[in-house]
Design a protein around this ligand. Structure first.
Ligand SMILES: Cc1ncc(COP(=O)(O)O)c(C=O)c1O
Length: 367
């Protein structure tokens, strides 16, 4: 609908998309150009080029003080392929996988692709829209095989607390299940010291990507860290399903971890934080409730129930009348569908100011 309005000449502010408005750092683009000039454009091994797996392992050491063997790191075509490989390996027919509702829409589809069933557990502000140990215990059945969560989360931008995740991991372990934690937004955490779920044990499967913190959505590059015992199986699947991730993207990916690149990405992260610090109070002033201040990613999950009883209708009316794209809660699961909208602040502060002015006008005429 937004694209149609743009074609008609309307100026639209996009706060719907889950994609950084920045692109890869110049040092990364240079590395890609160099890889092409040097002819590094052929298939790589299914698990990725050694230099990238080593660079990712070194990143865990410097960021979190964690020693992860490069052999446990599998380079993929984005977090999407990593999630697909994890589900292909762990989900069999009729297996139940617990996940919070709301969560990233594709997760339940990855599970369904392997004939498993996603159990969406309604989760609200009290649990920071994450799973709690109590929920995991309460919803676990004889058919449950594991859990899948993202921290920080899409659509809520909220992280799970370290001690709660620790309790969940212990429960899942006790039940002989698997824990998959999607850390795609882990590089974009603004308040508490970030931690990786890998700190809770070598049996956790962690997903990550170059799409968000490294601003490389279209390059299709990500990774997963798996227990030693799963590497061979994942490698076999990766080889058959994908052959490898883009070789040019992999060579560029190595340059992401250089001090020059990290300095650029840290500055951009600071910009995301500035935007969050502007948009959250601005939304509250407009009449939205933001019951948990998001601590990561670039999303605010805003309760619009004081302004409308139908989040779907509200986003459509806002788009048509004032040209701002927001996403209704429906995309992320049924429990918060009518009451919440997702606001992405992956756009300039200037656009955010303009969007707030437009929303003010919208609500003034709909009071
Ligand atoms: C939580 C989460 N996981 C995975 C993905 C997929 O990312 P990619 O395949 O680009 O790495 C996204 C994209 O928005 C996401 O929000």
């Amino acid at each position: 609908m937004a694209a149609e309005l743009e074609q008609q000449g309307r100026h639209i502010i996009h706060m719907g998309i889950g994609e950084p408005d920045f692109t890869a750092a110049p040092s990364v683009v240079e590395a890609a150009t160099r890889a092409m000039a040097d002819g590094k454009m052929q298939y790589t091994s299914a698990t990725g080029i050694p230099a990238l797996r080593e660079a990712i392992a070194a990143h865990y050491q410097s960021m979190y003080g964690l020693r992860i063997a490069p052999s446990r790191i599998v380079v993929t075509a984005g977090a999407s392929a990593a999630l697909l490989l994890a589900c292909a390996t762990l989900v069999e027919r009729d297996a139940e996988v617990l996940m919070p509702d709301p969560s990233y829409p594709c997760n339940r589809h990855f599970v369904a692709a392997f004939e498993g069933r996603a159990t969406m557990i309604p989760s609200g502000p009290e649990q920071r829209f994450q799973l709690s140990d109590e929920m995991v215990r309460g919803y676990w059945t004889s058919a449950t095989r594991g859990i899948l969560l993202a921290s920080p989360s899409n659509p809520t931008g909220t992280s799970i607390a370290h001690d709660e995740l620790g309790k969940i991991v212990a429960t899942v372990r006790e039940k002989g299940g698997f824990t998959i934690v999607d850390e795609i937004y882990q590089g974009l955490t603004y308040d508490a010291t970030p931690f990786s779920a890998l700190s809770l044990g070598d049996d956790i499967i962690v997903i990550n990507s170059f799409s968000k913190y490294f601003n490389m959505t279209g390059w299709r590059l990500g990774w997963l860290v798996v227990p030693d015992g799963l590497v061979a199986q994942i490698e076999k699947l990766a080889q058959n399903l994908f052959i490898c991730a883009s070789s040019i993207a992999q060579h560029a990916g190595v340059a992401c971890f250089s001090p020059v690149s990290i300095a650029i990405y840290e500055e951009r992260k600071a910009e995301f934080k500035r935007r969050r610090d502007y948009i959250v109070p601005a939304l509250r002033e407009l009449g939205f409730k933001v019951p948990v201040t998001p601590d990561g990613a670039f999303y605010v999950y805003a309760d619009c129930s004081a302004l409308s009883d139908d989040a779907d209708r509200l986003t459509i009316d806002i788009l048509n009348e004032v040209g701002v794209v927001l996403v209704p809660g429906l995309d992320f699961g049924p429990s918060t569908a009518r009451q919440y909208i997702r606001v992405s602040y992956a756009t300039s502060l200037e656009n955010l100011h303009e969007a707030v002015a437009r929303l003010k006008k919208f609500f003034a005429t709909h009071a």
